[in-house]
Ligand binder design. Sequence first.
Ligand code: SF4
Length: 429
Amino acid sequence: MNEYDSNRIYDSVKKIGFEKTENYEDASCYLLNTCHIRNKAKEKVYHEIGRVKKIFRHKKKPLVIIAGCVAQAENQEMLKREPYIDLVIGPQSYHKINDTILNHIEKKKKIEQTEFDAISKFKYFNKIKNEAGKVSSFITIQEGCDKFCHFCVVPYTRGPEYSRSFKEIIDETKYLADNGAKEIILLGQNVNAYDNEGYRLSNLILEIEKISEIERIRYTTSHPKDMTEDLIEVYKESKKLMPLVHLPVQSGSNKILDLMNRKHTINEYIEIFDSLKAINPNIEFSSDFIIGYPGEETQDFEDTFNLIKRIKFINSYSFIFSPRPGTIAADLKLINKKVSMERLEKVQTQLFENQITMNKSLKNKTLNVLVENLTEDKMKVFGRSEYMTPVIFNGKKDDIGKIVPVKIRQSNRSTLFGEIIDNANQKVA
Ligand code: SF4
């Protein structure tokens, strides 16, 4: 979502004369869009500002703006702690960024904007074209969260759940499609909680399906509680919805899910998996896991491990629990660090094995790959399979934006290597 937000911020500040620079050492404005999910997010921001200060020591100080969730969480505190920062602007105030910058330039006053005002924000951005111009383009359809999992800062930094207008999303998708987008990734902290005047995520998917230029549709990140019947049924109807379902489960233990306030059980999760597999056996799941959550005992961990083996998740994210200030879990007693590390290692070994097994099973198979760009050395092309796995092969610049058949020859854990089917007799290094 921060990538999408950064592009939208750029679409906005272009209107008051700013341009992106490849060489930020020459920048007159430095904007850091921050994420609060990762450990020590706040300290990383101050560390980065320290680095910027050094770079600009003998130059004119740039206008320094901190945006994103750390800005939201820290607000005034940032301006007090680090005088080098000029503006602090939270994710629901980006529509005010141009006025805030101009105001600062005129009055030299430090400003903090951190109100939750998603309605005004999306009204403002609906009028500004999304110029991302990418083959695979993001669209935020929903923001915020009302679920309050005990470990998570999102409800405090992104505010309550808000769904954008159905029509505005379709208009934005059409504009992106006219400008080369072939894949749309619908974004939201609780994307499948989307609800705009009765239109749900399933309705959006089926409407986007009608836009002929769009060939692939994805959505992220979902909550198991919002995997409603209509969304599951869409997998029967849709030809463009990709078969990778990213559905965070966090733990395989009902006891831990309850302690986390996740509001669903493992049985419910497995039922979703079984229903989707019954519709399309090629559907695969990826997930997020928090290992060593306070209260996690050996049996709870074993339940998580067994779930990973049962579902055979691919491309998953796993981390040891780390407390986020201001959340309920921040005050809970941590479990032994060594035990957490051992459990994480065991989980990651199994997750990696799932990935490797999946990738190896694709050898000599032909996959449809959406080509996104040239590789850095410009010798090959980079695309993604239906499961989001990166694929590198001997395509040409003209293939960018097309879905081409690629025969897979080799793989490692994260990437597939192949050759475009027309050139199948050529050897790939
Ligand atoms: S549902 Fe997701 S975004 Fe909301 S509190 Fe839980 S983990 Fe955070």
